[in-house]
Design a protein around this ligand. Structure first.
Ligand SMILES: [Zn+2]
Ligand SMILES: [Zn+2]
Length: 283
């Protein structure tokens, strides 16, 4: 019956217009990082700053206030000019919530960028010194950092027709420690293989947008993120991809409460690290 049908415009997009953005953008205090340590700072949504003693890496940086008609409902954790010098940028796929050309243009200052195959032409003119396009399991090294592209179940088209674009996640390895940024993915059996091929300590996993207007299964729900975490055999689960943009029907705060409930049931709640945007954590 038609009146049972949900309407993304009237139920999600229009109410978002009248919702005030929360969060503040005070300058973060970036910590001093000793050799062997990582500092992770959540910027919001899928954007992270990962710092080692030697390098500053940005993943899926996005300071956009709007994704076309979708309003950002939480401020980025800090302003873009607060960033330290960035040595390397990683972009998991071409979707607008992960690849924001305007943000990338402001960050680009002759450093390298790594993207999946077929995505290079979206970033080649922004001011990076080299664009590395990786296929699944391929690797690029920057000094002591090793970056690998991992598979996922998603899709990469920025517009309906450009289905050639690749998509994935990244494993960053330094000093024998691995951080996995999943990108976007539905739950799929490949997490086990990622965990077998890489020694993953910290897993940044998406938990939101599981109830999208398209009805397609392209994002994990929180329970599936716990399953993925277990199969990756990681030690810390950092949830992401929730609370910033309403990309699905689910309320903004539902993903985190469902994640914590499932984590408690599974006995891994001590391994979940819920981050606050703009507040670095040293691990
Ligand atoms: Zn996506
Ligand atoms: Zn996304």
């Amino acid at each position: 019956m038609a009146w049972h049908r949900r309407n993304f415009l009237t139920q999600v997009l229009i109410p978002s217009l009248f919702t005030k953005r929360s969060g503040d953008e005070a300058a973060p205090r970036f910590p001093k990082i000793r050799p062997g340590e990582y500092a992770i700072t959540w910027i919001g949504h899928a954007s992270f700053l990962i710092q080692t003693h030697d390098y500053n890496v940005l993943i899926d940086p996005n300071w956009a206030r709007w994704l076309k008609v979708i309003k950002r409902l939480k401020q980025p954790g800090f302003e873009i000019h607060h960033l330290p010098d960035i040595d390397l940028v990683l972009v998991t796929h071409a979707h607008f919530d992960h690849l924001d050309r305007r943000t990338l243009r402001r960050i680009a200052s002759d450093q390298p960028i790594v993207v999946p195959v077929g995505v290079g032409n979206l970033v080649h003119d922004l001011g990076f010194n080299i664009v590395h396009e990786l296929d699944y399991w391929q690797t690029v090294e920057l000094g002591s950092l090793k970056i690998s592209l991992t598979p996922c179940h998603h899709w990469g088209a920025r517009f309906l027709a450009d289905l050639h674009r690749g998509f994935g996640g990244f494993v960053i390895e330094a000093n024998g420690r691995g951080i996995f940024h999943c990108g976007d993915s539905a739950y799929f059996p490949g997490f086990k293989e990622i965990g077998e091929r890489h020694d993953i300590e910290i897993a940044l996993l998406p938990i939101g947008a599981y109830d999208p207007p398209s009805g397609r299964e392209v994002h994990m729900n929180p329970e599936e993120a716990v399953q993925a975490f277990l199969e990756l055999r990681a030690k810390k689960l950092v949830p992401m991809h929730y609370g910033t943009f309403r990309l699905g029907y689910e309320p903004l705060d539902e993903p985190l409460s469902r994640l914590l409930a499932r984590a408690r049931e599974a006995g891994i709640h001590h391994d979940v690290l819920v981050m606050t945007e703009g507040q670095p954590v040293v691990l």
